[in-house]
Write a protein that binds this ligand. Structure first.
Ligand SMILES: [Zn+2]
Length: 389
């Protein structure tokens, strides 16, 4: 595969694992499932990093609709302020959500800006909705989920459309899809998006964002350069969150009064991230931490917890997976923990030498207090094998 950003074939490739299910594939027992191989790729030409796979999905989101995640809200006031500066007649604006993750923001904006036409749909849906359709003539067609999204926007009777696309750029896996989404732009359409701040994350030396349902780890300059090439006026700002990793949020609109819009002809060249080296040393860290007879409990069966088992832990590690989410009850996890899949509450961890907590720090703090109060004396670690207390 060539670099998604610059198409160079000067790629450094590192195998993550083979025969993997989606990180959110908590299926019914005995279900037949597709498995895929995953690699991390770093481009030597432009510094872009991506997760490559033989899974052809255009937009890996989540495997089933009972899997949902919370999203942060700290950046809402900044988005509101920026949208007010567009100087629109908000009575003549319709709001469109791309994913269920946008619904909270859509409701907030409709209340604050008095926007009455609000379309709350989860077009992003599940990963399988984004498998490319192949007709009898073997022509690739737009996935139905995307066609419905385009249709909704086209059918708006309002003069302006406000389109919320949280996390689109973190998950887009097809150049066609990226081109079509950028091509939606017009002077009457205004987009809000966010994505992980990978420059910050690379600096922090963590790799907890490596999930098999993410594909392109766009850095700010790469994304800005893509917008510039497509003549899209935009504004991005970073925000800190107690809930998620460092994040960027952005607005694309012709009406942005203060948007920086420098002309840039040359390809962005950033130093390649040391992601591959970080992954290798994290594997080694876990290997050195866990002795052969140790037992590890992974608390938190979201993408992060599953990715720890899929990409980082050695095959021989004796571990179990734990989560209290009601929706996961009775399901078979996408990995096969040698010690099983259980709840957190009511479980006796006294036989375990180590516990990895892969929830948000806020939730982790509560779990740690309970574990210590119950007399647990083993080591409590995070995804990066660092002690949490
Ligand atoms: Zn590149």
């Amino acid at each position: 595969m060539n670099c998604f950003y610059c198409e160079s074939n000067e790629i450094k490739k590192f195998k993550l694992n083979e025969n993997l299910l989606d990180a959110s594939d908590f299926h019914e027992p005995k279900q037949e499932l597709n498995r895929y191989s995953y690699f991390v790729e770093s481009c030597k030409t432009c510094g872009h990093s991506a997760i490559s796979t033989n899974n052809p999905c255009w937009l890996p989101t989540r495997k089933y609709d009972f899997i949902t995640y919370g999203e942060p809200t700290e950046h809402y006031p900044m988005i509101l302020l920026t949208l007010r500066s567009l100087n629109l007649n908000f009575k003549d604006v319709s709001i469109h959500t791309f994913s269920y993750k946008d619904i909270k923001l859509a409701t907030f904006l409709s209340n604050e800006l008095n926007i009455s036409e609000i379309n709350l749909n989860d077009h992003a849906g599940c990963s399988d909705d984004w498998l490319p359709l192949v007709s009898s003539e073997v022509i690739r067609r737009t996935p139905l989920a995307f066609a419905r999204f385009l249709n909704e926007i086209d059918n708006s009777k309002k003069s302006h459309q406000l389109i919320l696309m949280t996390r689109f750029f973190d998950h887009v896996a097809s150049r066609d899809l990226l081109r079509q989404v950028l091509g939606l732009s017009s002077p009457n359409r205004h987009f809000v998006f966010d994505l992980n701040d990978y420059d910050q994350l690379f600096k922090l030396g963590t790799v907890e964002f490596i999930w098999n349902e993410r594909r392109n780890l766009f850095r700010r300059s790469h994304l800005e350069s893509i917008f510039q090439k497509n003549n899209l006026k935009h504004l991005m700002f970073e925000y800190a969150s107690y809930e998620v990793s460092p994040t960027l949020t952005g607005i694309i609109s012709e009406r942005l009064p203060n948007a920086r819009y420098p002309y840039q002809e040359n390809l962005v060249e950033l130093p390649a991230s040391n992601l591959i080296d970080e992954l290798k040393s994290l594997r080694l860290r876990w290997q050195n931490t866990l002795a052969a007879d140790n037992k590890l409990a992974i608390i938190g069966a979201s993408h992060k917890g599953v990715s720890l088992a899929q990409f980082i832990l050695a095959n021989e590690v004796q571990y179990s997976l734990h989560d209290d989410k009601q929706a996961l009850k009775g399901k078979t996890p996408p990995i096969d923990p040698p010690l099983g899949f259980y709840t957190v509450s009511g479980f006796d961890f006294s036989e375990y030498t180590h516990i990895a907590i892969t929830t948000t720090l806020v939730i982790a703090a509560k779990i740690i207090t309970k574990l210590r109060a119950s007399g647990y004396t083993g080591e409590i670690l995070d995804f990066d094998c660092k002690r949490l207390d």
